[in-house]
Design a protein. Structure first.
Length: 416
């Protein structure tokens, strides 16, 4: 098969993959800020940070996935009677010769709230040093995004740095017109812009560095009826540093911090419309040690400190809401091989969780501090270069007399 035919074949495979995914998972897709100005009473329950940790991909999958160019990684697990935790990321990449490449990235991360898919398409020009056009063209042009990036090395390789700027909803006011299909309800006074810095680096064969820093400038949207201003701004920071010794053991830490600020500001004396401002915060610090004890056994132990905050303030007493969850847990995972493709995964987590809630609108105040304990038993089936599948069960040790089985989780990684 000739080189031009191979290139065309690669493009067709990428287009078909995107089409099939959208066909089976037809969810609205946006870039980093999804035009969601709504202020809601999101919350987490006492043991949800233990659930979240139990549903992360096994440490032994981590490095292979970070350098996967085209593949899918997904995790879904129960965190309550009413909600799932879901995380899905899809990457599709193709080189069109040495100087032009294509990258499609998609992420869905729903923990304390339902979250739409985040999408980004990139055309990169250059070999070692690159300049890129990025964005995503939705069906409705007013929701479009466009930007650019400068990079050293290609994304998802162990010597890459990337700086990008994405102008979000830049055509919203121009394309938002009255028609039989669309009614103009407002316009942007300030559109949000996403600045992002990414790096993945292996230094001296021992130090593994990974960072992803995002900052979104303040967006201001004016609603015509009832007259009000809605605002949003946010940031999200993640940083990992590992020290690896001959792949036999790893000592490392990951820090994560995400903040979102929203306001609802009535204007011109609008009556019966409350003034609201919200701070949403999600953060954690994870310190871990991973050891390959033998050719058939891997052990990961660590300590995870995490917190979630949802603070809604208002001059209307019944609109105020405050939820603050803090968790400090110790955890351990043991992955034991039964054959080349079948593994057992055992886990144990224990820690203190503190939950404070105060919302006068429904006359309830909660102030709790509990010792939470959870165990897990799962099976892993894998073919190293193609797929990894984990089916996991979790068991509630602190309520074992009255409730044993706590939930379950399925994780899947595939390389295309």
């Amino acid at each position: 098969m000739g080189e031009p035919v191979k290139k065309i074949s690669g493009v067709i495979r990428i287009i078909i993959s995107i089409f099939l995914f959208q066909l089976f998972f037809s969810i609205k897709c946006y870039a980093q800020f999804n035009n969601d100005f709504e202020i809601e009473r999101h919350y987490l329950d006492m043991e949800n940070f233990l659930d979240w940790k139990a549903y992360q991909i096994p440490f032994s999958w981590k490095y292979e996935w970070d350098v996967t160019q085209s593949g899918m990684s997904a995790s879904v697990g129960s965190i309550s009677l009413y909600e799932f935790y879901t995380y899905t990321t899809i990457r599709l990449a193709k080189d069109f010769g040495p100087l032009v490449s294509f990258q499609y990235d998609q992420v869905e991360d729903a923990f304390y709230r339902d979250a739409p898919l985040y999408q980004e398409i990139e055309f990169r020009f250059g070999e070692v040093y690159g300049a890129s056009l990025i964005g995503f063209p939705p069906h409705d042009k007013k929701n479009g995004h466009v930007g650019y990036a400068l990079s050293y090395g290609k994304r998802h390789t162990l010597s890459s740095v990337r700086l990008s700027l994405l102008d979000q909803y830049s055509f919203y006011n121009e394309r938002n017109v009255n028609s039989e299909k669309n009614t103009v309800e407002g316009h942007f006074r300030k559109t949000p812009k996403l600045s992002r810095f990414e790096a993945l680096w292996l230094l001296n064969s021992h130090f593994y560095l990974k960072t992803d820093l995002k900052q979104i400038t303040k967006a201001v949207f004016k609603i015509d009826e009832p007259e009000q201003l809605l605002t949003f701004q946010g940031n999200e920071y993640e940083f990992t540093i590992d020290w690896r010794r001959d792949d036999s053991w790893v000592l490392g830490t990951t820090a994560y911090h995400k903040e979102e600020y929203r306001e609802q500001i009535p204007t011109n004396g609008t009556e019966d419309l409350p003034d609201l401002n919200q701070i949403l915060l999600l953060s954690w610090l994870d310190i871990y040690l991973h050891v390959q004890a033998s050719t058939k056994s891997r052990v990961t132990i660590g300590v995870l400190s995490s917190q979630f905050l949802n603070d809604i303030d208002s001059s209307y007493t019944d609109q105020r809401y405050d939820c603050h969850l803090r968790t400090l847990q110790l955890y351990g995972f043991w992955q034991k091989a039964r054959s080349d493709w079948f593994y057992w995964l055992y886990s144990l987590q224990a820690g203190k969780a503190e939950l404070d809630k105060d919302y006068e609108g429904i006359k309830k105040t909660v102030d709790e501090e509990n010792l939470e304990m959870k165990a897990g038993i799962g099976i892993i089936m894998m073919e190293e270069s193609n797929y990894r599948l984990l089916v996991n069960t979790t068991w509630d040790l602190d309520f074992f007399e009255t409730r044993q089985w706590d939930g379950g989780n399925v994780q899947l990684q595939m390389v295309f």
